[in-house]
Design a protein around this ligand. Structure first.
Ligand SMILES: [Zn+2]
Length: 80
């Protein structure tokens, strides 16, 4: 019944992690990496949450769409 008065917020990534780490790549051939950027329902995580900059978010979207096209990632996850 009683909830703790303060909830901890998720730590925000201030800097785009792709900018921060040039070795971190997004590739449609690596759906496991891309999976971090989709919700459990299969939607692409918005930039506010992913923390990616415009450039990388766009790249991410492209890679996710590619991965979807070759069925590595779902378009949507349908649940009962
Ligand atoms: Zn970036």
């Amino acid at each position: 019944m009683s909830r703790p008065p303060q909830r901890r917020r998720f730590p925000r990534t201030k800097v785009c992690r792709f900018c921060a780490d040039p070795q971190l790549r997004m590739d449609y051939k690596e759906p496991e990496a891309l999976r971090q950027f989709i919700t459990e329902r299969g939607k692409i995580v918005p930039r506010r949450i992913s923390g990616a900059c415009a450039k990388h978010q766009r790249q991410l979207t492209t890679e996710i769409k590619r991965a979807r096209n070759i069925a590595l990632l779902p378009f949507t996850v349908t649940r009962k």
